[in-house]
Write a protein that binds this ligand. Structure first.
Ligand SMILES: [Mg+2]
Length: 89
């Protein structure tokens, strides 16, 4: 079993059905930064991202940021958000 194989795909985080995640017992969302939450050249989370993360938290879903960018990118981006952890890859 490949635990990182997707079984749910959306075009944008903006269309992610957070209630669906909650209903399926999802407690943690590992979330990429560049070209997922923001364009790679956006230094900070925009209002859509901030609202998305807060909505996840209100639904009992923790968020960890994952990025293959230098670790400073993830740390700087994550300091603006209530995320559990930032993981560099
Ligand atoms: Mg990416």
């Amino acid at each position: 079993m490949n635990i990182f194989a997707p079984n749910y795909y959306v075009q944008s985080f903006k269309t992610l059905n957070i209630q669906r995640l909650h209903d399926h017992g999802i407690q943690l969302l590992l979330c990429d930064i560049d070209n997922t939450l923001v364009a790679y050249d956006e230094e900070c989370p925009n209002q859509d991202v901030i609202e998305f993360i807060h909505k996840l938290k209100r639904n009992g879903i923790e968020v960890a940021l994952c990025s293959n960018s230098p670790s400073s990118r993830g740390k700087n981006f994550g300091k603006h958000l209530p995320v559990s952890k930032t993981y560099p890859f």
